[in-house]
Design a binder for this molecule. Structure first.
Ligand code: IVH
Length: 704
């Protein structure tokens, strides 16, 4: 920020800041080439927020400050598409592609036939309308779902939260791309794999059933009435289609994709001009091989005739263009017989039914077990032991049963299954809390819980104790060497040397003999002890995960560790202090407090401490967003109590005061504000409403 720009007229400065932020958003979210540090970016954003708070008349819906999501919507308005949003015909084999290619060439009547091969993203298509803006460029005017292809829903406020969707496109960029300021971009909204995993972790924490796949999750998210929730879900948008005045770009698909990229949209880099079926095939093979590594789901490859003239000649059938086809990957699923259902007890006591299957080869691995999720799911499918089932392996590796297959070759099973009312490991009664889908064993001493807790504690994402797997843990428990996770640190080499395994050998006479042998050779014992010793330095976040506090997964543990810096500070924290941590709401804060209220858990912490486990973390610098600013609160705010507003301001580094003076930075006024408001006007102190305050407070950290 130099002296010259600082003295700009606020409107000019706001425009300058927005253009800069948009340029950096594009570099960061679309090009993956950040050009400034997060701190420098935050400084730009904070200055913009401050200016907008001071000059509310300058706030526009397409300001980058609005990406965090505006007001909840009451419902979505219907919107007519400028041109129908069509579907694609499918091909499932190279033969079908060959037929299609032949038809295309016949119908093209000698016009050039090349194809653009693109990935078929498994999301949902949307149309984005851009209009001429006052700045000479274009601005996002509307985002509309596909709907029935003719009419969709106007989900603009949700689309605005997607960081890779440009809210404004500068005049220069338009000119360079040779574009007018009014046009429509179509493409696919997807939920990246990482965002999907995170969403399901959160849903699990809240006791909600997991979202089935990223596509449904993306669709559900786009139809959420709360844009601030949409903003947190980290949707992404890939552009593949451009309409100007309801017409297609002149040259063809390849030129369209180039123009979209030049306009600042994210265009999938995996695309290729192919000349024949052979080249299509090698693109498809490549896509299939890369599928797992993309970080988002695809379900095939789309082939589009490149030249626009040829596209026009080919035209459309009722529902799809003749010039494009979707080659669909064969689903990663298989059909096999389910011999039985085993109910497993997890670390938290959660009971998970698992189908025991006749081994079947799916997507490169042999699958002999698949999850059946919960009792409700079993009931919904009506699945019984002996049934034939369809098993799918999604991107998330854990295979799952998706349906019962029943026809002449696949008779129904005859056996009955009822979900156990007692824990299969300790026989104590199981409970299902109201509003939850899972049954749990609530016996604190259930051996299965201890076994799973130990395995979790030593796991790679927790204390990372290599060599502390099923066999060792099983034997440690059988010998009574551990009663809690802290006992891991008391294991001695002579104890580890006693662990056994069963070994079966064939004797010369053909008979077999089973003997117990040492599980760990001396060198393995000392290696394991080294690993255990090393894990003491894993730090507070890992320990918090290892303790098994309900709802506290990797991310929450990390945030708690950064906030409190030590287990002692965390154990002392009250609800208000806990809830100051991002992502910690009443449920999590209650779970943490309940955990540390139990003497047994406090003792566990003390045992870990005595063993020399490091339970500290580097504290994150407190937010300095509002540092140096003093606020005076007056009147009744619409959703927050005055104390809440005060603690929010303080958490962001600001101060609050009781009376208005020249030193007051802002007065936050609610209903029936009295003399303090008059005083503010008299002294020219800027006045904010609750929304204005929230604007200053939110979005302080930039998305990762
Ligand atoms: S072009 C008129 N390109 O697939 C042609 N569609 O099965 C319109 N899709 O509704 C679509 N990736 O939601 C096109 N690279 C891509 C695509 C793609 C995914 C979706 C799209 C469409 C559906 C048709």
């Amino acid at each position: 920020m130099d002296a010259r720009t600082k003295t700009d007229h606020p409107a000019e400065r706001v425009a300058h800041l927005r253009a800069e932020i948009e340029r950096h958003d594009h570099l960061y979210y679309v090009m993956d080439e950040p050009a400034i540090s997060d701190a420098a970016y935050d400084a730009l954003m904070n200055e913009l927020k401050r200016l907008e708070a001071e000059h509310p008349e300058l706030v526009t819906p397409d300001s980058p400050t609005q990406r965090v999501g505006g007001k909840p919507a009451e419902g979505f308005k219907k919107a007519q598409h400028s041109r129908p949003m069509l579907s694609l015909d499918n091909a499932y084999s190279v033969e079908e592609l060959t037929d299609w290619d032949r038809r295309v060439r016949e119908l093209a009547g000698g016009l050039p036939v090349n194809y653009v091969a693109e990935l078929k993203l498994d999301g949902l298509s949307v149309a984005l309308r851009y209009e001429p803006a006052a700045h000479g460029g274009a601005r996002l005017a509307a985002g509309i779902t596909r709907g029935d292809g003719q009419t969709g829903e106007d989900v603009t406020s949700n689309i605005r939260t997607i960081r890779s969707v440009p809210l404004n496109i500068g005049a220069q960029r338009l000119k360079k791309a040779g574009m007018p300021a009014g046009f429509e971009v179509r493409g696919e909204v997807v939920m990246p794999a990482a965002a999907f995993t995170r969403l399901n972790e959160e849903r699990e924490q809240q006791g909600l059933p997991a979202a089935v796949n990223p596509r449904n999750a993306a669709a559900g998210t786009l139809r959420t009435l709360e844009p601030s929730i949409v903003a947190q879900r980290r949707l992404d948008f890939y552009a593949y289609f451009l309409l100007i005045d309801g017409e297609y770009m002149a040259a063809g698909q390849q030129a369209t994709l180039d123009a979209l990229a030049a306009l600042g949209f994210r265009v999938n880099p995996r695309r290729k001009l192919v000349a024949n079926v052979e080249e299509m095939r090698s693109f498809i093979d490549g896509a299939e091989a890369e599928r797992e590594k993309l970080g988002y789901e695809i379900d095939g490859v789309v082939l589009k005739v490149d030249a626009h003239a040829t596209q026009l000649r080919l035209g459309y059938t009722g529902r799809a263009p003749r010039w494009a086809i979707a080659y669909k990957f064969t689903a990663k699923s298989g059909v096999t017989q389910m011999h039985g259902i085993k109910v497993q007890v997890g670390r938290t006591g959660k009971l998970t039914p698992v189908a025991e299957l006749e081994p079947v080869f799916i997507g490169g691995t042999t699958v002999s077990r698949a999850t059946l999720h919960n009792a409700d799911f079993i009931e919904r499918l009506g699945v019984k032991p002996g049934d034939w089932v369809k098993v799918e392996r999604g991107g998330d590796v854990i295979p799952k049963v998706v349906e019962v297959v029943h026809d002449a070759e696949h008779p129904r099973g005859k056996l009955r299954f009822s979900f156990p009312l007692d824990c299969p490991e300790c026989q104590s009664a199981v409970v299902r809390a109201e509003g939850e889908v899972d049954y749990r064993c609530v016996n604190a001493d259930c051996p299965a819980k201890l076994r799973e807790s130990l395995l979790h504690f030593g796991g790679r994402t927790v204390m990372n104790i290599e060599g502390f797997g099923d066999a060792v843990v099983g034997q440690v428990l059988e010998n009574g060497f551990a009663k809690s996770v802290a006992d891991v640190y008391l294991l001695r080499s002579d104890e580890l040397a006693l662990l056994k395994k069963e070994v079966t050998r064939k004797k010369k006479d053909g008979s077999t003999e089973t003997k117990l042998e040492r599980l760990l050779a001396p060198v393995q014992v000392s290696r394991l002890l080294d690993q255990i010793e090393r894990s003491k330095q894993a730090g507070l976040a890992r320990v918090l995960m290892g303790l098994g506090i309900r709802f506290v997964g990797e991310r929450t543990a990390e945030l708690l560790a950064q906030e409190f810096g030590s287990i002692d500070a965390l154990m002392e924290a009250n609800a208000e202090e806990l809830e100051r941590v991002e992502e910690v709401g009443p449920n999590i804060s209650q779970a943490i407090q309940e955990f540390f209220a139990q003497p047994k858990n406090r003792a566990l912490v003390e045992h870990l401490r005595a063993a020399g486990v490091d339970m500290t973390a580097e504290k994150k610098q407190r937010s300095t967003q509002l540092a140096g600013l003093t606020f005076v609160l007056t009147g009744t705010l619409p959703t927050m109590t005055r104390d809440e507003a005060k603690s929010k301001i303080e958490a962001a580094g600001g101060k609050t005061a009781g009376s208005v003076s020249k030193k007051t930075s802002y007065v936050v006024a609610g209903e029936e504000a009295g003399s303090k408001l008059d005083k503010a006007r008299e002294l020219n102190v800027p006045v904010l409403d609750e929304a204005g305050l929230m604007q200053l407070l939110t979005g302080e950290a930039r998305a990762e």
